[in-house]
Design a protein around this ligand. Structure first.
Ligand code: SF4
Length: 312
C-alpha cells in the first residue's frame, strides 16, 4: 500500500516513530527512530536523583564521575548545581554536602571512602546492576569464583568485581582470554556486563560452558540494552538504508549498538552530536534509521532528525 507523504508518524511493531518528510519538491525522506531510544531507566533515575539532591541538599551536591557520556546533560546538571567531584573536594567535604553515586555503581572501597567523607551518600546505582551485585555477593559468600564477560576496566565491571571473593574474580572479553583462564575453577558463576552484545555473550558463554561444565551461566545484559540491540534489526526490517547511532564516543552501550548496526551490513554513522553529521554523504539515502545509546537525551535525537529533515 502506498503512503501519502507529509509529516506523518506511525508506530511500527518494531519501530517507535516512522516519519515521512517532504524535504523538497523532489525528495521525500523517511526517518525511522528506534523503538528503544532516549535515556534508559537506570540513567534517568540517576539523573533525577542528582537534580533532586541539588534542590534539597543544604551544602554542595557532587557526582562521583560523569553521570552520562553526554555533554548536554552534564551541562544541564552543572546548571542545576551538580558538581563533578574532584579529589580536593573529597578532602574538603562538609557535613552538609551530598554525593550521588552513578548508575553503573562503584567499588566497595570507593563507597567506603565516600561514606567516610560524606554524611549524605545518595545511591544512583541502577537497580539492575544492584541485582547483579547481589548475585556476585552470594557467590562470594559461598567462596565461589566469578567470571565477568565484559570490559575489565569499565566502572561497572570494576564495581561488580569488588563484590567477589578476593582473588576469585576474572573478566574476559575475547575467546583468547577464556583460553588463558586457570582450569581449576569449579562452581564458577558467569555473568555479563549489562551492556554487551547478545551474540557476543552467547558465543563466549558457549565456549565457557565447554571448558567449565559446572559453570552457572547467567545472562545479565539488561532489558534496555537487549531492546536497543534488537530494535536495530527492526530498523533494517522497516526499510532503513543506513543507520545513524547517536551516543557518547566512550559509551560502552553505544559501541555495542554500533557493532549491532554494522552487523546488518547497512552503512552506519556513529555520531556524538548533530555536528558529526555535517559533510557526511547522507543525501543519497531516502530512508534513514536512527538509534541511540542509553545516555542519549531526547533533544540530541531531535537535533539529528531535524538535520536529516533539511537535507534537500
Ligand atoms: S544500561 Fe541497563 S544496566 Fe546500565 S544503567 Fe541503563 S538500565 Fe541500568
Amino acid at each position: 500500500m502506498r503512503r501519502k507523504p507529509g509529516i506523518a508518524t506511525k508506530n511500527h511493531a518494531k519501530t517507535k516513530i516512522d516519519l515521512w518528510l517532504r524535504v523538497s519538491k523532489m525528495r521525500i525522506l523517511r526517518v525511522i527512530i528506534s523503538s528503544v531510544s532516549g535515556f534508559c531507566g537506570g540513567v534517568e533515575r540517576a539523573v533525577a536523583f542528582a537534580i533532586s539532591a541539588a534542590k534539597q541538599c543544604r551544602g554542595k551536591t557532587y557526582i562521583d564521575g560523569a553521570l552520562v557520556h553526554n555533554w548536554r546533560v552534564m551541562d544541564s546538571l552543572k546548571s542545576a548545581g551538580v558538581k563533578l567531584l574532584g579529589e580536593d573536594d573529597l578532602e574538603h567535604a562538609t557535613p552538609l554536602d551530598c554525593i550521588v553515586i552513578r548508575a553503573h555503581g562503584i567499588s566497595k572501597a570507593r563507597r567506603a571512602q565516600l561514606e567516610y567523607h560524606f554524611k549524605s551518600v545518595i545511591d544512583g546505582t541502577c537497580p539492575h546492576i544492584a541485582k547483579i551485585t547481589q548475585m556476585v555477593e552470594r557467590a562470594a559468600n559461598g567462596n565461589r569464583p566469578v567470571l565477568i564477560i565484559g570490559n575489565r576496566s569499565h566502572p561497572e565491571v570494576l564495581a561488580l568485581a569488588s563484590a567477589a571473593a578476593i582473588g576469585k574474580c576474572f573478566a574476559v572479553n575475547s575467546m583468547e582470554e577464556i583460553h588463558s583462564l586457570p582450569r581449576d575453577l569449579s562452581e564458577i558463576l558467569v555473568i555479563s556486563q549489562s551492556t554487551i552484545g547478545e551474540e557476543f555473550f552467547a558465543s563466549l558463554a558457549g565456549e565457557i560452558a565447554k571448558i567449565f561444565p559446572g559453570a552457572e551461566i547467567q545472562n545479565t545484559i539488561c532489558g534496555s540494552s537487549i531492546g536497543r540491540q534488537r530494535a536495530i534489526v527492526g530498523l533494517q526490517k522497516s526499510g532503513a538504508q543506513a543507520i545513524v547511532v547517536v551516543g557518547g564516543r566512550h559509551s560502552n552501550n553505544t559501541a555495542t549498538l554500533v557493532a549491532a548496526a554494522k552487523a546488518t551490513t547497512l552503512p552506519v554513522f556513529p555520531v556524538e552530536t548533530v555536528s558529526d553529521l555535517f559533510h557526511l554523504p547522507l543525501k543519497k539515502f531516502s530512508a534513514m534509521g536512527v538509534a541511540s545509546g542509553a545516555s542519549t537525551d531526547g533533544a540530541s535525537i531531535a537535533e539529528v532528525v531535524s538535520y536529516l529533515a533539511q537535507l534537500k
